[in-house]
Write a protein of this length. Structure first.
Length: 277
């Protein structure tokens, strides 16, 4: 049976009746993966799909039925106005994380500094900063070799020379006084968080932390107190209700002048502080 766009749109209508976003994602998928133009989608609906096009559309439908996010299906996620390769080895970048990058890119740092992106994942944070600041010496660390392989793909795609990747269990492989700035978007969700059901296809270990979601933040802060230079800055993205707790953790390990940045909903999601000896 010859199959055209009307045929597949009817299948999607039946399979995802209450999910209008899937219909929009299908249109985006046609443009991204099959290079369809607007005329192909809105005018030439009777155009017969090739076997290859049909196989790609069937793959999209099956993956959406399984609940796989579009970013993983097309292996691409937009972050800070750039397209990054992503797959299920790394988290999908979130819009609020751009606030962290914005803060670093707009802060009045010296012209040459060393920055660590701890738990780099896809590398989107470190690479976005490196692209805007070619004089900065930036490192991305992760204990997951899978994540580092994805970050390496992105590093090579952008031809970044001031971004290096290192395998490390948080900051354990670095010497004292190594960095001026440490940035991290660590796991901070609790294992009983209701939002986890919607994140089932993303790497669990990159999302969930023990001790009320604060275990990794505590570990990184303690290690940063040795790895940062005096006066160095530690910056986190954290949970919507963790600002006060993160501030307390800063204080416990000798950090001062803590401040927070609100996200687009007015919630404190970025916190930073300075090391004093």
């Amino acid at each position: 049976m010859s199959k055209n766009l009307n045929y597949f749109q009817n299948i999607i209508d039946q399979a995802f009746k209450a999910e209008s976003n899937v219909k929009n994602e299908f249109i985006f998928y046609l443009k991204e993966k099959l290079q369809f133009k607007d005329d192909d989608i809105y005018v030439n609906k009777e155009k017969i799909f090739t076997d290859f096009e049909e196989s790609l559309v069937n793959d999209f439908i099956q993956k959406k039925k399984a609940g796989i996010p579009l970013d993983y299906i097309i292996n691409s996620s937009k972050f800070y106005e750039k397209e990054f390769y992503v797959d299920q080895r790394v988290l999908i970048p979130r819009p609020e994380t751009e606030l962290l990058v914005d803060f670093v890119n707009s802060y009045d740092f010296p012209k040459k500094i060393r920055i660590l992106d701890a738990g780099t994942g896809s590398g989107c944070i470190g690479i976005s900063i490196a692209l805007k600041n070619p004089n900065f010496d930036i490192y991305g660390s992760d204990y997951s070799l899978d994540a580092l392989n994805v970050a390496s793909l992105n590093k090579n795609a952008f031809k970044i020379k001031n971004f290096s990747l290192i395998c490390s269990d948080w900051l354990s492989c670095f010497e004292e006084d190594s960095f001026d700035v440490i940035i991290s978007n660590p796991p901070y969700i609790t294992k009983d968080d209701k939002h986890l059901d919607n994140l089932m296809h993303e790497p669990y270990e990159a999302l969930v932390a023990s001790d009320g979601g604060l275990a990794d933040i505590k570990t990184i802060t303690e290690q940063s107190s040795k790895i940062l230079k005096e006066g160095g800055m530690l910056i986190y993205e954290h949970g919507y209700n963790q600002s006060d707790q993160v501030d307390s953790i800063f204080n416990d390990f000798g950090f001062i002048d803590s401040k927070s940045i609100k996200d687009y909903q007015g919630i404190k999601r970025i916190s930073y502080s300075f090391l004093t000896y």
